[in-house]
Write a protein that binds this ligand. Structure first.
Ligand SMILES: [Zn+2]
Length: 384
């Protein structure tokens, strides 16, 4: 598009279409991954209009994508909202001048749709829909992971983050395999949560959102430290690389059941086996839970164990309600039990809720075990 046409376009469009486009894009560049604020100078910060309005089908037949199939015939259609994309100068130049062959109509339309959908979703939320975000990333088998900011924002939408002050529990450099490392991790989690709860209280936050990865026993400990006085949203990391933390609407429809897999000789000894992300083999825990134990197992009633069983909040809730039933059953049928020995193969969100749903004054303590392949079974890690 020539400079002259650009000027003409803006004067022609300076009313309705331009206003709509600025509104729908929130004045930000729609090029995928750019999102530059075009209503403020990137260096001086001065307010102004630094946007270009690009055409998806060029205004002229000889311009970029001007000969592509489906180009509208009439001028007013070319200048319609559907055919306009808000861009920063650099990206406009890239698309129309540097390598127009790389930017098809379909590609630009997808940029426009992704950006405008996102703006819509984020701004649908009102003041009351804010949430405090807590992130914890502990090392599992020497593999450190990070929880990226954009993925968090994406996952909590239409809620929005209360503030940008990081609420991160820093555990990346702690080796939880050692007793002293584990103690440091516990202290760090405990103190970080005290700080976090204080912030939540000061801000009178409506809800908190938890993003956590790490060994199961540490996640359960994290859950046990959280207050159930505030509405709490739990998230789970999936293998979807683009939207790793996002719950889906439909979920997998997984259902859970509890079975009494062993009636022991002593009602005061109870173990809970959790076969969710994998099937827990009996041989892994019989060294601890011998014939004297009552053993209960929670597993899915309609799916085989696997890493991707949880895809929605409903999927998670369906586990939690069975787990809470087990805790209630313990009070009724095993009134003398002081500790519940837990052998878990569960996704992170479940691990956190194991601690969160435990009422410390009512329920027995959780003795958390960790499966260690090289030791051939479960090893006791933590009492919660
Ligand atoms: Zn841009």
């Amino acid at each position: 598009m020539s400079q002259k046409k650009n000027v003409l376009l803006i004067s022609r469009n300076s009313h309705k279409e331009a206003k709509l486009l600025f509104g729908l894009t929130a004045g930000r560049c729609e090029f995928f991954g750019c999102n530059k604020n075009l209503l403020k100078h990137h260096i001086t910060g001065d307010a102004g209009n630094f946007a270009d309005m690009g055409h998806i089908y060029a205004f002229s037949k000889n311009g970029p994508r001007g000969k592509a199939k489906g180009r509208p015939k009439k001028d007013y259609e070319i200048d319609s909202l559907d055919n306009l994309i808000l861009l920063c100068k650099e990206d406009h130049h890239e698309i129309d001048k540097v390598r127009p062959q790389d930017f098809s109509v379909a590609k630009l339309r997808s940029y426009k749709k992704i950006h405008e959908d996102r703006i819509q979703k984020q701004t649908d939320a009102g003041e009351q829909d804010s949430s405090h975000v807590l992130k914890m990333a502990a090392t599992v088998s020497n593999q450190a992971d990070v929880i990226s900011e954009p993925s968090v924002r994406e996952a909590i939408a239409p809620l929005w983050k209360c503030n940008d002050t990081a609420n991160d529990i820093q555990l990346a450099n702690i080796d939880c395999e050692t007793a002293s490392g584990l103690e440091t991790a516990r202290e760090t989690i405990k103190n970080s949560i005290i700080d976090f709860q204080r912030k939540v209280k000061d801000d009178q936050a409506q809800s908190v959102s938890i993003f956590a990865i790490g060994p199961i026993y540490l996640l359960t400990f994290l859950g046990s430290q959280l207050s159930n006085q505030v509405k709490t949203h739990f998230y789970n990391k999936s293998r979807n690389h683009l939207k790793p933390w996002q719950w889906t609407k439909r979920g997998t429809g997984v259902k859970f059941k509890v079975e009494n897999v062993q009636k022991g000789s002593n009602k005061g000894k109870v173990a809970l086996v959790l076969s969710v992300s994998g099937k827990v083999n009996e041989s892994g825990y019989t060294n601890v839970a011998d014939d004297s134990f009552y053993i209960y197992e929670i597993s899915s009633s309609n799916m085989t164990p696997g890493r991707e069983l949880l895809k929605s909040v409903t999927d998670l809730e369906s586990f939690r309600s069975v787990y809470r039933d087990v805790l209630e059953k313990l009070i009724r049928e095993h009134p003398d039990v002081k500790s519940l020995h837990v052998f878990p193969a569960v996704p992170a969100a479940i691990a956190v809720t194991l601690g969160f749903d435990l009422l410390q004054k009512v329920h027995p303590k959780l003795v958390m075990y960790d499966y260690m392949r090289n030791r051939g079974g479960f090893i006791k890690k933590l009492v919660i």
